[in-house]
Design a protein around this ligand. Sequence first.
Ligand code: LLP
Length: 421
Amino acid sequence: MDHFQYRGGILHAEDVPLPEIAAQVGTPFYVYSSATLERHFRLFEEALEGMPHLVCFAMKANSNLAVVATLARLGAGMDVVSGGEYRKARAAGVPGDRIVFSGVGKTREEMRLALEGGIRQFNVESEPELEALDEVARSMGLRAPIALRVNPDVDARTHEKISTGRKEDKFGVPIARAPEIYDRAAGMAGIEVVGVDVHIGSQLIDLAPFEAAFLKVADLTRELRARGHDIRRLDLGGGLGIPYARDNSAPPLPLDYGALIRRTVGDLGCEVEIEPGRLIAGNAGLLVASVIYAKQGEGRRFLILDAAMNDLIRPAMYGAHHDIVPVQEAPAGAEVMPWDVVGPVCESGDTFARARLLPQLEPGALVAFRSAGAYGAVMASEYNTRPLVPEVMVRGDHVAVIRARPSFDEMVNRDSLPEWL
Ligand code: LLP
């Protein structure tokens, strides 16, 4: 459920009609609903109620300061994957002891930054990284809390590009080698072992791969404890999928996922961390665009929007489906027709949907892409020298621009000419 509903035939974000926002900021723009963000975070809180736990929002899904601050106010932790995300989390008021640092290639500077500013744990992905962290922490007179990210060799059965838990993927250390690496870590003066970490992929629409991975982590935890390691935290990653198409069979709910966590690792008495990104932010955001032209091609009808692949890259990159709806609801029984929905960027990959059934839409009409709150704005670029798409947040009938569209001067002045030109 989200808070983008039609009222009187006009799509609203909470209590605000979208055409009002379009008149204020122009199109295209992203709009987020605070109520939806909060609701989704609370679903995970409820799912893990009664277990010691921390829900760490995966900031890579949406790192706008206002989104992070909205969740931080509710007590969310953050899963960060760069020094930039770490800094943003701190700027949004997240204390260091609620920040988990993930990522396959943390630099020494990033390690130093997080150790200086405070960190809950590093999720370490390789032995060279472990050695580097040990060195950095010792040079600061500190011990870095770590969980080793293990690769359980489980197929998440999701899109090839977002599957991370098979042995051929670049992530984590092979689970069979983990005990030996933990033994090494225990002998390092700059390292404090606190837990085990796993993340097998994103947009999982089935719980079975999670179950297989969590059971392997549970076995490993018992083995590590038997070897004398104080494993007190399990970071189970993110990855729970969302319904992108309304007609799809619905993915499992956070409550089912929570029950699975209890069933697989609940008896270990560990504090559980999870790192959901998409499920919290995905359906809390829309991308709103205007129709520039409706063009009749050779046997195809093209709807040319002012949003493009640089604003929402998921369809071009993963062949992802996003529902596209007119902001002004078509009257009941209105004729629909197949449209190829495209952007103005100069490549055929700039196609959002093929033969999508929509009513007749005239230039100037507004359309909304649903489920665009995660991996939307954060993956946007200025390709074709198109300004970075702005972001707006709604709370009830309040509207705030949380990232303004850059002016042309700002864009151009970021470049500079070498002295010989
Ligand atoms: N934790 C780790 C270590 C991750 O790598 C990810 C996502 C998450 C948590 C959050 O996963 P989520 O709950 O959002 O599924 N750009 C792609 C998704 C890439 C996901 C990368 N890692 C897309 O648009 O589908």
